[in-house]
Design a protein around this ligand. Structure first.
Ligand code: G3I
Length: 459
Protein backbone atom coordinates (compact mmCIF):
# COMPACT_ATOMS: atom_id res chain seq x y z
CA UNK A 1 0.00 0.00 0.00
CA UNK A 2 1.35 3.45 -0.88
CA UNK A 3 1.98 5.85 1.97
CA UNK A 4 -0.61 8.28 0.70
CA UNK A 5 -3.13 5.43 0.83
CA UNK A 6 -1.91 4.54 4.32
CA UNK A 7 -2.45 8.14 5.38
CA UNK A 8 -5.95 8.15 3.93
CA UNK A 9 -6.68 4.87 5.68
CA UNK A 10 -5.40 6.23 8.96
CA UNK A 11 -7.42 9.40 8.62
CA UNK A 12 -10.48 7.29 7.85
CA UNK A 13 -9.86 5.09 10.90
CA UNK A 14 -9.46 8.16 13.08
CA UNK A 15 -12.61 9.66 11.63
CA UNK A 16 -14.59 6.50 12.37
CA UNK A 17 -13.08 6.25 15.83
CA UNK A 18 -13.88 9.90 16.41
CA UNK A 19 -17.51 9.39 15.40
CA UNK A 20 -17.82 6.38 17.69
CA UNK A 21 -16.34 8.33 20.56
CA UNK A 22 -18.76 11.19 19.96
CA UNK A 23 -21.71 8.85 20.19
CA UNK A 24 -20.41 7.92 23.62
CA UNK A 25 -20.31 11.59 24.52
CA UNK A 26 -16.54 12.01 24.78
CA UNK A 27 -14.28 14.57 23.13
CA UNK A 28 -13.28 13.71 19.55
CA UNK A 29 -9.60 12.93 19.01
CA UNK A 30 -7.50 15.12 16.76
CA UNK A 31 -7.59 14.15 13.10
CA UNK A 32 -4.53 16.14 12.12
CA UNK A 33 -2.41 14.50 9.43
CA UNK A 34 0.66 12.75 10.74
CA UNK A 35 3.79 14.86 10.51
CA UNK A 36 6.51 13.84 8.04
CA UNK A 37 9.64 13.34 10.10
CA UNK A 38 12.08 13.89 7.24
CA UNK A 39 10.55 17.27 6.41
CA UNK A 40 10.79 18.32 10.03
CA UNK A 41 14.40 17.12 10.29
CA UNK A 42 15.37 18.86 7.06
CA UNK A 43 13.92 22.11 8.37
CA UNK A 44 16.26 21.73 11.34
CA UNK A 45 19.25 21.00 9.11
CA UNK A 46 19.51 17.37 10.25
CA UNK A 47 18.53 14.01 8.86
CA UNK A 48 16.28 11.38 10.38
CA UNK A 49 17.10 7.81 9.46
CA UNK A 50 15.89 4.28 9.98
CA UNK A 51 17.60 0.94 9.66
CA UNK A 52 16.10 -1.60 7.28
CA UNK A 53 17.05 -5.17 6.53
CA UNK A 54 16.38 -6.75 3.14
CA UNK A 55 13.42 -8.67 4.55
CA UNK A 56 11.99 -5.54 6.17
CA UNK A 57 12.13 -3.74 2.82
CA UNK A 58 9.97 -6.57 1.46
CA UNK A 59 7.20 -5.62 3.88
CA UNK A 60 5.13 -3.06 2.02
CA UNK A 61 4.12 -1.07 5.12
CA UNK A 62 7.73 -0.97 6.28
CA UNK A 63 9.06 0.17 2.93
CA UNK A 64 6.33 2.78 2.57
CA UNK A 65 7.26 4.40 5.88
CA UNK A 66 11.01 4.00 5.35
CA UNK A 67 10.87 5.81 2.03
CA UNK A 68 8.59 8.66 3.04
CA UNK A 69 9.17 9.39 6.74
CA UNK A 70 12.98 9.08 6.73
CA UNK A 71 15.73 10.56 4.59
CA UNK A 72 18.54 8.29 5.66
CA UNK A 73 18.72 4.49 5.59
CA UNK A 74 21.10 2.10 7.32
CA UNK A 75 21.23 -1.54 6.23
CA UNK A 76 20.38 -3.71 9.25
CA UNK A 77 22.70 -6.56 8.24
CA UNK A 78 23.45 -6.43 4.51
CA UNK A 79 26.78 -4.60 4.59
CA UNK A 80 28.27 -6.67 7.42
CA UNK A 81 31.22 -8.90 6.63
CA UNK A 82 29.31 -12.21 6.87
CA UNK A 83 26.75 -10.83 4.42
CA UNK A 84 29.14 -9.50 1.81
CA UNK A 85 31.85 -12.17 1.91
CA UNK A 86 30.45 -15.39 3.35
CA UNK A 87 32.85 -17.27 1.10
CA UNK A 88 36.38 -15.98 1.04
CA UNK A 89 37.05 -14.01 -2.12
CA UNK A 90 33.44 -14.06 -3.33
CA UNK A 91 31.56 -10.86 -2.77
CA UNK A 92 27.79 -10.64 -2.64
CA UNK A 93 26.72 -7.03 -2.78
CA UNK A 94 23.06 -7.70 -3.58
CA UNK A 95 21.56 -6.77 -0.21
CA UNK A 96 23.64 -3.63 0.12
CA UNK A 97 23.03 -2.60 -3.49
CA UNK A 98 19.29 -3.05 -3.06
CA UNK A 99 19.29 -0.86 0.03
CA UNK A 100 21.28 1.80 -1.82
CA UNK A 101 18.88 1.66 -4.80
CA UNK A 102 15.90 1.98 -2.49
CA UNK A 103 17.50 4.95 -0.78
CA UNK A 104 18.35 6.66 -4.05
CA UNK A 105 14.84 6.10 -5.38
CA UNK A 106 13.47 7.83 -2.28
CA UNK A 107 16.04 10.65 -2.09
CA UNK A 108 17.61 9.24 1.03
CA UNK A 109 21.24 9.16 2.12
CA UNK A 110 22.86 5.94 3.33
CA UNK A 111 24.84 5.18 6.49
CA UNK A 112 27.15 2.28 5.73
CA UNK A 113 27.14 -0.27 8.55
CA UNK A 114 29.60 -1.77 9.33
CA UNK A 115 33.12 -2.54 8.11
CA UNK A 116 35.04 -3.83 11.13
CA UNK A 117 33.21 -5.51 13.99
CA UNK A 118 33.76 -8.47 16.29
CA UNK A 119 30.34 -9.91 15.38
CA UNK A 120 28.66 -11.22 12.22
CA UNK A 121 31.98 -12.25 10.72
CA UNK A 122 32.16 -15.13 8.21
CA UNK A 123 33.21 -18.54 9.50
CA UNK A 124 36.23 -18.71 7.25
CA UNK A 125 37.56 -15.64 9.05
CA UNK A 126 36.69 -16.56 12.64
CA UNK A 127 37.87 -20.14 12.32
CA UNK A 128 40.92 -19.43 10.18
CA UNK A 129 44.49 -19.07 11.37
CA UNK A 130 46.34 -16.05 10.04
CA UNK A 131 49.65 -14.40 10.77
CA UNK A 132 49.39 -10.86 12.07
CA UNK A 133 50.43 -9.46 8.71
CA UNK A 134 47.94 -11.64 6.87
CA UNK A 135 45.11 -10.64 9.18
CA UNK A 136 45.96 -6.96 8.83
CA UNK A 137 46.05 -7.36 5.06
CA UNK A 138 42.64 -9.06 5.12
CA UNK A 139 41.19 -6.22 7.16
CA UNK A 140 42.59 -3.54 4.87
CA UNK A 141 41.45 -5.43 1.77
CA UNK A 142 37.94 -5.87 3.12
CA UNK A 143 37.60 -2.19 4.01
CA UNK A 144 39.11 -1.11 0.70
CA UNK A 145 36.94 -3.41 -1.42
CA UNK A 146 33.68 -2.63 0.33
CA UNK A 147 34.17 1.13 0.49
CA UNK A 148 35.29 1.12 -3.14
CA UNK A 149 32.22 -0.85 -4.21
CA UNK A 150 29.89 1.70 -2.59
CA UNK A 151 32.06 4.74 -3.36
CA UNK A 152 30.00 7.89 -3.84
CA UNK A 153 26.84 6.26 -2.48
CA UNK A 154 27.49 6.30 1.25
CA UNK A 155 27.47 9.47 3.34
CA UNK A 156 28.78 7.97 6.56
CA UNK A 157 30.54 4.69 7.25
CA UNK A 158 30.56 2.98 10.62
CA UNK A 159 34.13 1.94 9.94
CA UNK A 160 34.69 0.40 13.35
CA UNK A 161 31.79 -0.89 15.42
CA UNK A 162 31.76 -1.54 19.16
CA UNK A 163 35.50 -1.53 19.91
CA UNK A 164 35.14 -0.96 23.66
CA UNK A 165 34.27 -2.76 26.87
CA UNK A 166 31.91 -1.28 29.45
CA UNK A 167 34.87 0.06 31.45
CA UNK A 168 36.23 1.90 28.43
CA UNK A 169 39.09 -0.51 27.70
CA UNK A 170 39.46 -2.20 24.32
CA UNK A 171 37.16 -5.13 23.70
CA UNK A 172 38.83 -8.47 23.16
CA UNK A 173 38.09 -9.44 19.58
CA UNK A 174 39.59 -11.15 16.59
CA UNK A 175 41.07 -7.77 15.66
CA UNK A 176 42.28 -6.48 19.00
CA UNK A 177 43.63 -9.78 20.23
CA UNK A 178 45.97 -10.16 17.32
CA UNK A 179 46.60 -6.65 16.04
CA UNK A 180 46.16 -4.49 19.13
CA UNK A 181 44.34 -1.17 18.92
CA UNK A 182 46.19 -0.23 15.72
CA UNK A 183 43.51 -2.06 13.71
CA UNK A 184 41.25 0.94 14.28
CA UNK A 185 43.59 3.46 12.64
CA UNK A 186 44.36 1.02 9.82
CA UNK A 187 40.67 0.57 9.04
CA UNK A 188 40.02 4.32 9.07
CA UNK A 189 42.98 5.02 6.78
CA UNK A 190 41.92 2.34 4.31
CA UNK A 191 38.37 3.71 4.25
CA UNK A 192 39.57 7.27 3.65
CA UNK A 193 41.79 6.14 0.79
CA UNK A 194 38.91 4.25 -0.85
CA UNK A 195 36.30 7.02 -0.64
CA UNK A 196 37.65 10.39 0.48
CA UNK A 197 34.15 11.92 0.49
CA UNK A 198 32.54 9.52 2.98
CA UNK A 199 32.46 10.58 6.63
CA UNK A 200 34.19 7.98 8.78
CA UNK A 201 32.76 6.97 12.14
CA UNK A 202 33.45 4.82 15.15
CA UNK A 203 30.16 3.57 16.56
CA UNK A 204 29.32 2.02 19.94
CA UNK A 205 26.56 1.41 22.48
CA UNK A 206 26.33 2.48 26.13
CA UNK A 207 28.38 5.52 25.26
CA UNK A 208 25.29 7.74 25.00
CA UNK A 209 25.74 9.48 28.35
CA UNK A 210 28.92 10.28 30.23
CA UNK A 211 30.62 7.38 32.01
CA UNK A 212 33.57 5.00 31.81
CA UNK A 213 32.78 3.58 28.39
CA UNK A 214 32.10 6.99 26.98
CA UNK A 215 35.34 8.27 28.52
CA UNK A 216 37.12 5.42 26.76
CA UNK A 217 35.61 6.51 23.45
CA UNK A 218 36.53 10.12 24.13
CA UNK A 219 40.15 9.20 24.82
CA UNK A 220 40.27 6.97 21.75
CA UNK A 221 38.88 9.72 19.52
CA UNK A 222 41.25 12.30 20.94
CA UNK A 223 44.25 10.08 20.46
CA UNK A 224 43.32 9.17 16.88
CA UNK A 225 42.87 12.83 15.99
CA UNK A 226 46.21 13.67 17.61
CA UNK A 227 47.86 11.06 15.37
CA UNK A 228 46.20 12.50 12.27
CA UNK A 229 44.06 9.42 11.71
CA UNK A 230 41.08 10.20 9.45
CA UNK A 231 38.12 10.16 11.85
CA UNK A 232 35.12 12.38 11.14
CA UNK A 233 32.49 11.36 13.63
CA UNK A 234 31.33 9.25 16.53
CA UNK A 235 28.13 7.23 16.42
CA UNK A 236 26.13 6.76 19.59
CA UNK A 237 23.89 3.76 19.07
CA UNK A 238 21.22 4.67 21.61
CA UNK A 239 19.89 1.21 22.51
CA UNK A 240 18.11 2.49 25.58
CA UNK A 241 15.68 1.39 28.28
CA UNK A 242 12.40 3.13 28.93
CA UNK A 243 12.63 5.56 31.84
CA UNK A 244 16.41 5.15 32.04
CA UNK A 245 17.71 7.43 29.31
CA UNK A 246 20.93 9.03 30.61
CA UNK A 247 20.47 12.67 31.56
CA UNK A 248 23.90 13.52 30.15
CA UNK A 249 23.36 12.75 26.46
CA UNK A 250 23.62 16.37 25.33
CA UNK A 251 26.68 17.09 27.49
CA UNK A 252 28.30 13.94 26.23
CA UNK A 253 27.63 14.59 22.54
CA UNK A 254 28.88 18.14 22.99
CA UNK A 255 32.27 17.10 24.38
CA UNK A 256 32.89 14.95 21.31
CA UNK A 257 31.72 17.77 19.04
CA UNK A 258 34.18 20.04 20.83
CA UNK A 259 36.98 17.78 19.60
CA UNK A 260 35.99 18.86 16.09
CA UNK A 261 34.00 15.70 15.32
CA UNK A 262 30.52 15.19 13.99
CA UNK A 263 28.25 13.15 16.22
CA UNK A 264 25.16 11.12 15.36
CA UNK A 265 22.65 8.95 17.16
CA UNK A 266 22.84 5.84 15.01
CA UNK A 267 20.59 3.03 16.32
CA UNK A 268 17.98 4.55 18.59
CA UNK A 269 15.40 2.30 20.21
CA UNK A 270 13.91 2.34 23.71
CA UNK A 271 12.87 -1.05 25.01
CA UNK A 272 10.48 -1.91 27.80
CA UNK A 273 9.36 -4.93 29.76
CA UNK A 274 6.24 -6.22 28.04
CA UNK A 275 3.34 -5.76 28.04
CA UNK A 276 3.45 -2.20 26.82
CA UNK A 277 1.13 -0.13 28.97
CA UNK A 278 -0.15 3.37 28.40
CA UNK A 279 2.22 4.60 31.12
CA UNK A 280 5.24 2.91 29.51
CA UNK A 281 4.36 4.18 26.05
CA UNK A 282 4.00 7.69 27.44
CA UNK A 283 7.40 7.45 29.10
CA UNK A 284 8.85 6.07 25.88
CA UNK A 285 7.56 9.12 24.04
CA UNK A 286 9.43 11.36 26.50
CA UNK A 287 12.55 9.21 26.12
CA UNK A 288 12.66 9.41 22.32
CA UNK A 289 11.93 13.11 22.53
CA UNK A 290 14.77 13.73 24.97
CA UNK A 291 17.35 11.94 22.82
CA UNK A 292 16.33 13.72 19.62
CA UNK A 293 16.26 17.03 21.51
CA UNK A 294 19.75 16.37 22.87
CA UNK A 295 21.00 15.85 19.32
CA UNK A 296 19.34 19.06 18.10
CA UNK A 297 20.93 21.00 20.95
CA UNK A 298 24.39 20.08 19.63
CA UNK A 299 25.10 21.83 16.36
CA UNK A 300 27.48 19.09 15.19
CA UNK A 301 24.92 16.35 15.81
CA UNK A 302 24.10 15.66 12.19
CA UNK A 303 21.13 13.34 12.61
CA UNK A 304 19.31 10.55 14.39
CA UNK A 305 18.71 7.04 13.07
CA UNK A 306 16.18 4.71 14.66
CA UNK A 307 17.09 1.01 14.66
CA UNK A 308 14.13 -0.32 12.77
CA UNK A 309 10.87 1.50 12.58
CA UNK A 310 8.28 -1.03 13.77
CA UNK A 311 7.96 -3.30 16.79
CA UNK A 312 7.11 -6.35 14.67
CA UNK A 313 10.65 -6.92 13.40
CA UNK A 314 12.78 -5.50 16.20
CA UNK A 315 15.92 -7.37 17.30
CA UNK A 316 15.05 -6.69 20.95
CA UNK A 317 12.73 -9.60 21.93
CA UNK A 318 15.16 -12.24 20.68
CA UNK A 319 18.05 -10.77 22.65
CA UNK A 320 16.16 -9.56 25.73
CA UNK A 321 13.35 -12.09 26.33
CA UNK A 322 10.25 -10.43 27.77
CA UNK A 323 11.25 -7.02 26.44
CA UNK A 324 10.29 -5.22 23.27
CA UNK A 325 7.96 -2.53 21.94
CA UNK A 326 11.16 -0.52 21.42
CA UNK A 327 10.30 1.30 18.19
CA UNK A 328 8.24 4.31 17.16
CA UNK A 329 5.66 2.34 15.15
CA UNK A 330 3.70 -0.57 16.57
CA UNK A 331 3.36 -4.15 15.35
CA UNK A 332 0.99 -2.93 12.63
CA UNK A 333 3.04 0.07 11.53
CA UNK A 334 0.75 2.52 13.28
CA UNK A 335 2.50 5.47 14.93
CA UNK A 336 3.07 5.11 18.66
CA UNK A 337 3.30 8.02 21.10
CA UNK A 338 7.09 7.81 20.60
CA UNK A 339 6.66 8.77 16.94
CA UNK A 340 4.95 11.97 18.02
CA UNK A 341 7.72 12.48 20.58
CA UNK A 342 10.29 12.42 17.78
CA UNK A 343 8.13 14.80 15.74
CA UNK A 344 7.74 17.19 18.67
CA UNK A 345 11.50 17.22 19.28
CA UNK A 346 11.89 18.11 15.59
CA UNK A 347 9.58 21.10 16.04
CA UNK A 348 6.13 19.69 15.25
CA UNK A 349 3.43 21.46 17.20
CA UNK A 350 0.34 19.50 16.13
CA UNK A 351 -2.05 17.64 18.38
CA UNK A 352 -1.19 14.04 19.15
CA UNK A 353 -4.16 11.86 18.24
CA UNK A 354 -5.64 10.19 21.29
CA UNK A 355 -5.18 6.44 20.92
CA UNK A 356 -8.60 5.00 20.46
CA UNK A 357 -9.32 1.53 21.76
CA UNK A 358 -12.76 0.32 20.88
CA UNK A 359 -14.21 -2.39 22.96
CA UNK A 360 -17.24 -4.27 24.11
CA UNK A 361 -17.67 -5.83 27.55
CA UNK A 362 -19.90 -8.65 28.66
CA UNK A 363 -20.45 -8.87 32.38
CA UNK A 364 -22.25 -11.73 34.06
CA UNK A 365 -22.79 -12.54 37.74
CA UNK A 366 -23.71 -15.58 39.72
CA UNK A 367 -24.89 -14.22 43.05
CA UNK A 368 -26.07 -15.36 46.49
CA UNK A 369 -27.35 -13.34 49.45
CA UNK A 370 -24.07 -11.58 50.37
CA UNK A 371 -21.67 -12.32 47.55
CA UNK A 372 -21.29 -12.95 43.86
CA UNK A 373 -18.91 -14.30 41.26
CA UNK A 374 -18.47 -12.09 38.21
CA UNK A 375 -17.29 -13.20 34.76
CA UNK A 376 -16.04 -10.42 32.53
CA UNK A 377 -15.10 -10.71 28.87
CA UNK A 378 -13.55 -7.76 27.14
CA UNK A 379 -13.53 -7.73 23.38
CA UNK A 380 -11.20 -5.60 21.25
CA UNK A 381 -13.55 -4.39 18.52
CA UNK A 382 -10.82 -2.25 16.96
CA UNK A 383 -8.57 -3.13 14.05
CA UNK A 384 -5.25 -3.15 15.89
CA UNK A 385 -4.19 -5.34 18.80
CA UNK A 386 -4.24 -3.93 22.32
CA UNK A 387 -0.89 -4.52 24.06
CA UNK A 388 -1.42 -4.23 27.80
CA UNK A 389 -4.86 -3.41 29.12
CA UNK A 390 -6.68 -1.92 32.05
CA UNK A 391 -10.43 -2.14 32.35
CA UNK A 392 -12.04 0.32 34.75
CA UNK A 393 -15.57 0.67 36.11
CA UNK A 394 -17.39 1.93 39.19
CA UNK A 395 -19.56 0.09 41.70
CA UNK A 396 -21.96 2.71 43.02
CA UNK A 397 -23.87 0.29 45.24
CA UNK A 398 -21.06 -0.67 47.61
CA UNK A 399 -19.94 -3.90 45.94
CA UNK A 400 -16.42 -4.91 47.05
CA UNK A 401 -14.08 -7.16 45.07
CA UNK A 402 -12.42 -9.75 47.29
CA UNK A 403 -10.49 -12.09 45.01
CA UNK A 404 -9.73 -12.16 41.27
CA UNK A 405 -8.30 -14.49 38.64
CA UNK A 406 -6.83 -13.88 35.19
CA UNK A 407 -6.46 -10.19 36.06
CA UNK A 408 -5.17 -8.06 38.92
CA UNK A 409 -8.14 -6.19 40.34
CA UNK A 410 -7.73 -3.15 42.59
CA UNK A 411 -10.54 -1.16 44.15
CA UNK A 412 -10.46 2.31 45.68
CA UNK A 413 -13.85 3.37 47.01
CA UNK A 414 -16.27 2.79 44.16
CA UNK A 415 -13.57 2.77 41.44
CA UNK A 416 -12.32 -0.61 40.23
CA UNK A 417 -9.36 -1.28 37.91
CA UNK A 418 -8.64 -4.68 36.42
CA UNK A 419 -5.21 -4.99 34.79
CA UNK A 420 -3.95 -7.79 32.61
CA UNK A 421 -1.62 -10.44 33.97
CA UNK A 422 1.50 -11.43 32.03
CA UNK A 423 -0.13 -14.20 30.01
CA UNK A 424 -3.16 -12.29 28.75
CA UNK A 425 -1.71 -8.85 28.04
CA UNK A 426 -2.54 -8.77 24.37
CA UNK A 427 -6.03 -8.62 22.98
CA UNK A 428 -5.87 -9.30 19.28
CA UNK A 429 -7.97 -7.21 16.92
CA UNK A 430 -11.40 -8.82 17.16
CA UNK A 431 -10.16 -10.98 20.04
CA UNK A 432 -11.20 -11.29 23.66
CA UNK A 433 -9.74 -11.80 27.12
CA UNK A 434 -11.74 -13.03 30.09
CA UNK A 435 -11.25 -12.74 33.82
CA UNK A 436 -13.31 -13.21 36.92
CA UNK A 437 -13.57 -12.31 40.57
CA UNK A 438 -15.51 -12.80 43.75
CA UNK A 439 -17.12 -9.81 45.46
CA UNK A 440 -19.53 -8.93 48.23
CA UNK A 441 -22.73 -6.90 47.98
CA UNK A 442 -25.67 -5.80 50.06
CA UNK A 443 -28.85 -4.00 49.21
CA UNK A 444 -28.65 -4.18 45.43
CA UNK A 445 -26.14 -5.47 42.91
CA UNK A 446 -26.57 -3.60 39.63
CA UNK A 447 -24.13 -4.23 36.77
CA UNK A 448 -21.64 -1.44 36.05
CA UNK A 449 -22.40 0.73 33.02
CA UNK A 450 -19.16 2.66 32.60
CA UNK A 451 -16.51 0.16 31.48
CA UNK A 452 -13.44 1.78 29.94
CA UNK A 453 -10.58 -0.06 28.22
CA UNK A 454 -7.32 1.87 28.54
CA UNK A 455 -9.37 4.98 29.14
CA UNK A 456 -11.82 4.59 26.26
CA UNK A 457 -15.47 3.83 26.96
CA UNK A 458 -16.72 0.42 25.85
CA UNK A 459 -20.13 -0.56 24.64
O1 G3I B 1 20.26 -14.94 8.12
C1 G3I B 1 19.94 -15.91 9.13
C2 G3I B 1 18.87 -16.85 8.65
O2 G3I B 1 19.35 -17.59 7.57
C3 G3I B 1 18.46 -17.78 9.80
O3 G3I B 1 17.40 -18.58 9.41
C4 G3I B 1 18.03 -16.95 11.01
C5 G3I B 1 17.72 -17.83 12.23
O4 G3I B 1 17.99 -17.16 13.44
O5 G3I B 1 19.09 -16.09 11.37
C6 G3I B 1 19.44 -15.17 10.36
O6 G3I B 1 20.47 -14.36 10.82
C7 G3I B 1 20.09 -13.36 11.73
C8 G3I B 1 20.57 -12.04 11.19
O7 G3I B 1 20.24 -11.00 12.10
C9 G3I B 1 19.92 -11.70 9.84
O8 G3I B 1 18.54 -11.55 9.99
C10 G3I B 1 20.72 -13.63 13.08
O9 G3I B 1 20.18 -14.80 13.65
C11 G3I B 1 20.48 -12.46 14.00
O10 G3I B 1 21.27 -12.64 15.18
C12 G3I B 1 20.93 -11.18 13.33
O11 G3I B 1 20.61 -10.14 14.23
C13 G3I B 1 21.15 -8.86 13.92
C14 G3I B 1 22.14 -8.46 15.00
O12 G3I B 1 22.60 -7.14 14.74
C15 G3I B 1 23.34 -9.37 15.09
O13 G3I B 1 24.19 -8.93 16.11
C16 G3I B 1 20.01 -7.90 13.89
O14 G3I B 1 19.16 -8.21 12.78
C17 G3I B 1 20.52 -6.47 13.77
O15 G3I B 1 19.45 -5.57 13.96
C18 G3I B 1 21.55 -6.23 14.87
O16 G3I B 1 22.05 -4.93 14.76
C19 G3I B 1 23.03 -4.53 15.70
C20 G3I B 1 23.93 -3.55 15.01
O17 G3I B 1 24.46 -4.09 13.83
C21 G3I B 1 25.07 -3.09 15.92
N1 G3I B 1 24.54 -2.57 17.16
C22 G3I B 1 23.58 -3.45 17.87
C23 G3I B 1 22.45 -3.85 16.95
C24 G3I B 1 21.41 -4.67 17.68
O18 G3I B 1 21.91 -5.91 18.07
Amino acid sequence: MKTEQLRHLRRAVLAVAGAATLILGLAAPSQAADPVLRDLATAKGRYIGSAATASELNISSYAALEGTQFNSATPGNEMKWESVEATRGTYNWTGGDNLVSFAQAHSMQVRGHTLVWHSQLPNWLTSGTFTNDALRALLVKHVTDEVTHFKGKINQWDVVNEPLNEDGTYRASLWYNQLGSSYIADALRAARAADPAAKLYINDYNTDGTGSKSDGMYNLAKSLLAQGVPLDGIGFQGHLIVGSVPTTVQTNLQRFADLGLDVAVTELDVRMTLPATTALLTQQKADFKSVVSACLAVSRCVGVTVWGLGDATSWVPSVFPGQGAANIYDENYQPKPAYYGVAEALGWTGTVPVPTASCAVTYGVNQWNTGFTASVTVKNTGTTPVSGWSLTWTYPSGQKVTQAWNATVAQSGTAVTATNVSYNATIAAGGTQAFGFNASWSGSNPAPTDFKLNGTACS
